[in-house]
Design a binder for this molecule. Structure first.
Ligand code: SF4
Ligand code: SF4
Length: 370
């Protein structure tokens, strides 16, 4: 083992995993009834599926995926806005997975095939660099993602980008979506495993109101197998003792206050507004819109975006992504899963993104506990 491997392998230790599974079993016995937990991060689903964590969890403990993939929750009309811009002659810079997500009539990839200018970038900074290098083009960064990516987008906008650069913000803010899900009667969630990466920016203290208002246990978790198991055990402890609290099972990365400088930049550029999340509908204050002070770099202010779209593809209407993100369905409840809908030819967004539940389940052999 090299020095570089050791820190990671500490979080994959068999003995510690067995001890955590024993603790989880004992807590489930103490609770004495089925428990349903929801995580809100694609990377959590990846860890659970990749390391086969579900296989050893008690049968009456369900760990479901919520709206944890920013690609999956980007609404069709938002993708249509991006496509409309590309078709109007603007260069749209976007992340690779957004490139393939279907809007009402095709994806940005389809638009590129038909001659539109669409560039795949890895970050907001890459998009700005592209704009600087191509001053004759109008470049719009199609900005997707949660707090983790909204903060870098804000940093780029605050750093005086070139005139030919603007942002189409479809950034979303996770806590309001967790509140909306906590209020959905059909979801019936007993606790949230909150996303460690997002909480690294916002701090775990942010979830205090959610816990208090909804009396729902919430624990921030990391992405190594032991991180996930520890967070699950901590949640069960709160449920067993009927003491819904707020926990941090990822202290090596997440603090109570988070990255205050990043938060200040983010809130100086963005304000919370209400738009629809795909499959979940309107989430009050769940979107991050560019403040008027940055209107010169706000694509919605700079361009007249009016997508000309037709009816939704009947195949897309069968897609269960909305139910999956609300925690009321699993990918194999969808009749299209793995047959008509595959990563190569996705029908819905959950199959496109590496962080989408359908894509993850498909990659790890169908239902992960089998
Ligand atoms: S952006 Fe971060 S918190 Fe959100 S799904 Fe991806 S890894 Fe998880
Ligand atoms: S398998 Fe495809 S069509 Fe079915 S829910 Fe998943 S993404 Fe949607």
């Amino acid at each position: 083992m090299t020095d570089e491997e050791e820190p990671i392998l500490r979080f994959r230790d068999d003995d510690q995993a067995r001890a955590l599974y024993d603790r989880i079993d004992a807590l489930m016995d103490a609770i004495g009834e089925p428990v349903s937990l929801m995580h809100v991060c694609g990377s959590h689903e990846e860890a659970i599926a990749k390391y086969g964590l579900r296989a050893n969890l008690p049968a009456d403990l369900s760990v479901r995926m919520g709206p944890g993939c920013p690609v999956c929750v980007t609404d069709m009309p938002e993708i249509d806005e991006g496509i409309a811009l590309a078709e109007a002659g603007v260069t749209v810079a976007t992340f690779g997975d957004m490139f393939r997500v279907p809007g009402t009539e095709g994806s940005l990839r389809d638009a590129k095939r038909e001659g539109a200018s669409v560039e795949v970038v890895y970050s907001a900074s890459d998009a700005v660099e592209y704009a600087r290098a191509n001053p004759e083009e109008s470049v719009v960064f199609f900005a997707t993602g949660f707090e983790t990516t909204a903060a870098p987008t804000a940093a780029v906008l605050a750093a005086d980008p070139p005139e030919n650069f603007s942002v189409l913000s479809v950034h979303k803010y996770v806590p309001p979506a967790m509140e909306a899900i906590a209020e959905l009667p059909e979801t019936n969630i007993d606790g949230f495993l909150a996303a460690g990466h997002a909480a690294a920016i916002t701090g775990y203290g942010l979830f205090e109101d959610l816990v208090e208002e909804h009396e729902i246990p919430t624990v921030v978790g990391g992405f190594e197998p032991l991180d996930v198991l520890r967070a699950i055990a901590d949640l069960l402890e709160m449920i067993a003792t009927d003491d819904p609290g707020l926990g941090n099972a990822y202290p090596r990365v997440v603090s109570e206050a988070g990255n205050v400088a990043a938060q200040e930049t983010m809130w100086s550029v963005f304000e919370q507004t209400t738009r629809a999340w795909r499959g979940l509908g309107e989430i009050p204050s769940g979107n991050l819109e560019i403040r008027p002070a940055y209107a010169a770099h706000d694509a919605r202010e700079q361009f007249d975006i009016d997508p000309d779209v037709g009816p939704v593809d009947p195949l897309a209407e069968q897609c269960l992504c909305g139910d999956i993100m609300a925690g009321t369905a699993d990918p194999d409840d969808c009749t299209l899963f793995g047959t008509v809908c595959t990563p190569r030819d996705p029908v819905g967004p959950c199959m496109v993104s590496d962080e989408g539940t359908c894509n993850i389940w498909n990659r790890y052999g169908g239902r992960p506990e089998v």
